[in-house]
Design a protein. Structure first.
Length: 424
């Protein structure tokens, strides 16, 4: 019993889904989606890094210095030095070995580019969040579209099963006729070849289904055992090509980058200060001497010639221009694509109605052909053609339905619609 249990545990656990909601929920928790969340977190950290530059920077330090000549622990004013020279009992703050400890700080009072970089970071966060949303919609659309293809293949497989069953019945009847010499043996070979073609087609369908099941599993971690029945709750709604929002937000951020690069050429005002405690042996009488020294001040920096900064400004402008061209290109492409897909939906609906009628007609014709073939009024080749036409008509019908779903999902992504509300 224990061996059997261990054997079961050694195989990977396969998780199956039976509803679309299960797949969507699994997608949100999958690494595919979490990788986009990491991009958002990185953008948040970049924003925090920008604003943190507004705070003081404080450092503690300790040091030991050995000099080849006595060196001052701190600057000594002339009047104090005069007293020390007259009285050698006073430990003079000079030594060859000095120990120091203290702290220093810097704090920006006015550095214009810091505020602009903080704004840029917020825009990059918006872009990252928009990209995560669009990527989620793309993957949801992939799930729905792939499931529709699986449905098409599944229905096609059922059609082939019906055709196979029909041919097997015909084969039994035909074998009796051949044995009685009422039909040529070649007819049996034709039926057998047709059955073989069905098995080849089934095998190809299985290969295609395996690829599609794998593509859904790769983004959800769930393996479909059978296609999920999906209904459309509502149609798509036009939303100003909302799928372009990540790039639009990125352009806004990059424009702020140009502004920040220019602002680096502005004057900046920075406060600074330090405190140092020094300890040593006075060089004149070898007595211990301790000194404290501190300062605080403000520095005004005025850039006069910064050639590298001018190049950075040009580079930032070029990046914005490149993104704007890309945005215009994608806008034109998506408008054309959306227009084509919108026109196609009506055509798909019309094709589905026509194909449904065609399936009914060809099914009736097949029934007549079976009767005629049974009564020897139809050749084997003609009878098999009727069988093929029924399957072909059904295949076109199922494929058209799948294509309609894919077109609808693509429009949902282009307009950034809520796919979970559109389907069930």
């Amino acid at each position: 019993m224990l061996k059997k249990t261990l054997l079961v545990l050694s195989f990977p656990v396969l998780i199956y889904a039976h509803t679309l909601t299960e797949l969507f929920d699994a997608l949100k928790e999958h690494s595919q989606t979490k990788s986009d969340e990491m991009v958002i977190k990185k953008a948040e950290i970049a924003g925090s890094q920008a604003t943190s530059k507004l705070y003081p920077s404080i450092n503690l330090f300790g040091a030991y210095d050995n000099y080849n000549t006595p060196t001052g622990l701190l600057p000594v004013v002339p009047n104090e030095m005069s007293k020390m020279l007259k009285n050698q009992n006073i430990a003079q703050p000079f030594s060859e070995n000095i120990y120091r400890a203290g702290a220093n700080f810097t704090m920006p009072i006015f550095v214009k580019s810091i505020f602009t970089y903080a704004k840029k970071a917020k825009e990059m966060q918006k872009s990252a969040k928009a990209r995560k949303h669009i990527n989620l919609l793309k993957n949801e659309a992939l799930i729905v579209g792939t499931n529709a293809q699986l449905k098409y293949l599944s229905e096609l497989g059922k059609s082939l099963d019906i055709k196979e069953k029909s041919l097997l019945e015909t084969q039994k009847t035909l074998k009796i006729k051949v044995d009685n010499g009422r039909s040529p043996a070649s007819s049996l070979y034709k039926i057998d070849d047709s059955l073989n073609q069905i098995n080849i087609a089934k095998n190809n369908i299985a290969l295609q289904k395996n690829k599609m099941i794998s593509s859904i599993e790769s983004i959800t971690g769930i393996r479909l055992d059978t296609p999920i029945n999906i209904e459309q709750r509502m149609s798509y709604s036009k939303n100003n090509l909302a799928s372009l929002k990540p790039l639009q937000e990125k352009i806004v951020a990059n424009k702020l980058s140009i502004k920040a690069q220019k602002e680096k050429l502005y004057p900046s005002l920075v406060a600074h200060g330090s405190y140092v405690f020094s300890k040593a042996k006075a060089y004149n009488n070898n007595k211990d001497v301790n000194e404290e020294y501190g300062n605080i001040g403000i520095v005004l920096n005025i850039p006069l010639l910064q050639m590298s900064q001018y190049d950075e400004i040009k580079k930032s402008k070029l990046e914005v221009k490149s993104d704007e061209i890309e945005l215009q290109k994608l806008t034109d492409e998506l408008k054309a694509r959306a227009s084509m897909l919108e026109n196609s939906l009506g055509l798909y609906d019309n094709s589905i109605k026509l194909l449904q009628k065609s399936v009914k007609n060809k099914t009736k014709l097949l029934e007549i052909a079976k009767l005629n073939y049974k009564n020897a009024r139809l050749s084997t080749e003609e009878y098999l053609r009727y069988e093929d036409e029924v399957v072909d008509a059904k295949a076109k019908l199922y494929q058209t339905k799948a294509q309609k779903w894919q077109a609808l999902m693509e429009l949902a992504v282009i307009y950034a619609n809520n796919i979970e509300e559109m389907v069930r």
